[in-house]
Structures are given as structure tokens and as C-alpha cells.
Design a binder for this molecule. Structure first.
Ligand code: DGJ
Length: 370
């Protein structure tokens, strides 16, 4: 049977029914593999434009094979709209990711949080915890990361008091995407006393057990790679800036043959854009950009197949699924999913369109393919 003829297998960009026949509602998501099951966490979206905000919470599904997805309910519920909770209904809760902490045997969730009524101005990290993968997750706090800590790769001029004053005075000029003023502004120094902004994000668990929160910071102009404490519940205070003034969103990280790779997007709201591939020998960098990883038509290259990355599901060293969202900002619940195998040529990753989220070398996926 040809891959495109696979019965009941998902089609990229189509409806992806769970075991109840309902399109999976886990956008901007990530997957945790734990005790023989895959757990897919993502934003529960609702209809219309309002559906881009969180009225339900973080949804979770489980699967033994990445194909049959059982609805496990709402892992993290929002609080009532009338409450003064930071995660009340109507807040922005984006890109939730979960790691299992072996030391505490707890599941730790991070997400981008903008409390109700503040637009995208708060730029906080929400942290929640549970002793079960499906939850319920208890929201423990929201923070601006690394308050009071300079990055490991801080530049002397960023610690200069005059440049901090200038940035404070000119904050109104700075927007959250492609703003010509950011290179002149010391946003890092400005935010040192209150903590750094954290928007689009992912988590990465390294082979040595250390976990990292990677997020768009400094009005989205620069990514931060922040080490977490051994229990994953806080920031260790060690972090690194990367891709200065490159406006990288949607960071997706994986590892192959000991090297780190990142595929991130440009900063264009819900509209898709061209992805960027980068590599480093250490998670902390220095990161080197390698261009656009998409092989295909100009449209596919310029739009990441009309999608934006969210997570790399690393099945083993060589079998990696690039997970992406095809957003539908006017009817958020109808966002679609694009999963593509990460392919390699001469140890450099690339992405190519295929109809199904199918990986040739993964036995259970080949079985599904017949
Ligand atoms: C792009 C980000 O990647 C999304 O997660 C979301 O924050 C949109 N911007 C909002 O415009």
C-alpha cells in the first residue's frame, strides 16, 4: 500500500479525529512520552476569533501509537472569568509543554501566559504541576524569568546604566515584532529588575537530565535559552541570549548525533512565514543559522507549508517529527496540524511535504501504513 493510501491515517492539514471522532483540540502543542504512552498537550481553542484566548484551558490526549488519540480532558483548567486569577477565562495561554521530572516524579507544565485584559503586554511564563500526566495540573505561579540575573553571555554595554535609562524612556516606541528601534534599545537591561519577557516557547530536556525553557524575549527580538532548576519548577538563573534582533518565534529544538538543531519562525502574528534552521554544539550556543530548511515550492518555503512549528517529537536520534500548526485565527478551533519527518542530508536537517505524518523507519508507523 502506498503511504498516501493509508486507511484512517491522518492527512496533514485535514481533520484529525480523536477516538470519539472529534478533531483534536491541542494547538501550539507538544508531546511527552511516558510509560509507553504519548501525551499530547495543547491549547484548547473555541470557535471564532475569541477562540484564540483560553476559555477552557490546556487539553490533553493520550496515544499508544501516535494515531489513536484518546481525549483525556482538560489538563489545566482556567479559572472563572470573574475570578482575579492570573489564568482566568479569557487569558492568553499559548504553547503549553510538559516534562516529567524523575527526581520529584512530577509532571511540570510551562506555557506562555498573558492574563486577561492585557493583550500581549505581560509576557509571562505560567508554571503548573501534577502527579499524573493527564492532570489535573495545579497552577503554581506566573513569572517573568530570571529577574535580577544577567545572561551568561551578557555584553558590557548591556550593563551600562545610561543605556538602561534610554530604553526605559523609549519603551513606548517598541513593538513586539520587527521594530527598527530594538537594536538601539537595551531591553535586556530595562527588564533586569522585573524579569525578562517570555512569549513563544518550548521546553527541552537534554540527555544529561537538564531542562531548558526557550522563549522569545525582549519584545520578541531575541531568544533566551534558560536553564531550569533540577526540579524543573524554577529558573536556575543561568541563561543565554541567541539570535539577537532576529525576531525568532515558535522555537522547535531537537538533537541529532550530539548536535543541537533549532527550527524557528519569523515574527508575523498568525500569518505563516519562512522558517529558519540553526545549529549549535551546545544548547547554550553559539547558534549558527543555516537558512531555510524547507525543500519544495517557493510558497512552501515562504510559509513553512502554511504552518508554524510548535515542537519536535524526538522518537530516537534519527526519527524526529516536526510538529506545526496551520492556524485559523478567524475560527481558532479549526486550526489544523502538520507533522513532517525531519529528514537529513549530510547531517543537515530538512523538511519536505508529505501527505501523511508518517515516518518510514519507525516500526509502529510502518505497520499503520500496512
Ligand atoms: C505568533 C505566535 O507564534 C503564536 O503563538 C501567537 O502568539 C500569535 N503570534 C499571535 O499573533
Amino acid at each position: 500500500m502506498r503511504k498516501t493510501e493509508v486507511k484512517n491515517f491522518f492527512t496533514n492539514g485535514g481533520l484529525w479525529p480523536d477516538t470519539n471522532g472529534i478533531h483534536i483540540n491541542a494547538h501550539g502543542g507538544g508531546i511527552l512520552y511516558h510509560e509507553d504512552l504519548y501525551w499530547w498537550f495543547g491549547e484548547h481553542k473555541t470557535p471564532g476569533t475569541a477562540g484564540n484566548r483560553a476559555y477552557i484551558g490546556v487539553h490533553v490526549y493520550s496515544s499508544p501509537d501516535l494515531h489513536e488519540w484518546k481525549d483525556e480532558g482538560v489538563a489545566l483548567k482556567v479559572d472563572p472569568e470573574t475570578s482575579d486569577s492570573l489564568i482566568s477565562a479569557g487569558a492568553i495561554i499559548e504553547r503549553p509543554k510538559v516534562l516529567y521530572n524523575k527526581l520529584t516524579r512530577q509532571f511540570v507544565m510551562y506555557f506562555h501566559l498573558e492574563p486577561t485584559g492585557c493583550g500581549y503586554s505581560s509576557a509571562m511564563s505560567g508554571i503548573a504541576v501534577s502527579s499524573n500526566p493527564a492532570g489535573p495540573y495545579r497552577f503554581i505561579r506566573a513569572v517573568r524569568p530570571n529577574k535580577g540575573f544577567w545572561p551568561q553571555n551578557v555584553k558590557p554595554e548591556q550593563m551600562n546604566a545610561d543605556s538602561i535609562t534610554k530604553a526605559l524612556e523609549n519603551t513606548a516606541k517598541i513593538e513586539n515584532c520587527s521594530n527598527p528601534h530594538t537594536p538601539e534599545m537595551n531591553i535586556l537591561g530595562r527588564d533586569l529588575p522585573i524579569g525578562q519577557q517570555a512569549r513563544d516557547m518550548t521546553l527541552f530536556l537534554d540527555d544529561d537530565g537538564k531542562a531548558y525553557h526557550i522563549y522569545s524575549s525582549e519584545h520578541n527580538s531575541t531568544l533566551h535559552i534558560a536553564e531550569l532548576t533540577p526540579d524543573f519548577l524554577d529558573y536556575s538563573g543561568r541563561y543565554w541570549r541567541a539570535f539577537e534582533h532576529r525576531w525568532m518565534e515558535a522555537p522547535v529544538i531537537f538533537k541529532n548525533k550530539g548536535r543541537y538543531f533549532m527550527i524557528a519562525s519569523d515574527c508575523t502574528g498568525w500569518a505563516p512565514n519562512a522558517p529558519r534552521l540553526a545549529t549549535a554544539d551546545h544548547i547554550s550556543g553559539p547558534w549558527r543559522e543555516l537558512g531555510n530548511p524547507v525543500r519544495g515550492t517557493t510558497e512552501q518555503q515562504n510559509t513553512t507549508f502554511r504552518s508554524q512549528g510548535t515542537f519536535a517529537l524526538q522518537l530516537d536520534d534519527a526519527n524526529i517529527i516536526f510538529m506545526a500548526d496551520r492556524w485559523n485565527p478567524t475560527n481558532a478551533i479549526d486550526g489544523r496540524y502538520i507533522w513532517l519527518p525531519v529528514k537529513f542530508e549530510h547531517d543537515v536537517p530538512y523538511l519536505e511535504w508529505q501527505e501523511n505524518p508518517y515516518l518510514e523507519n519507525v516500526p509502529f508507523m510502518s505497520e499503520l501504513a500496512g
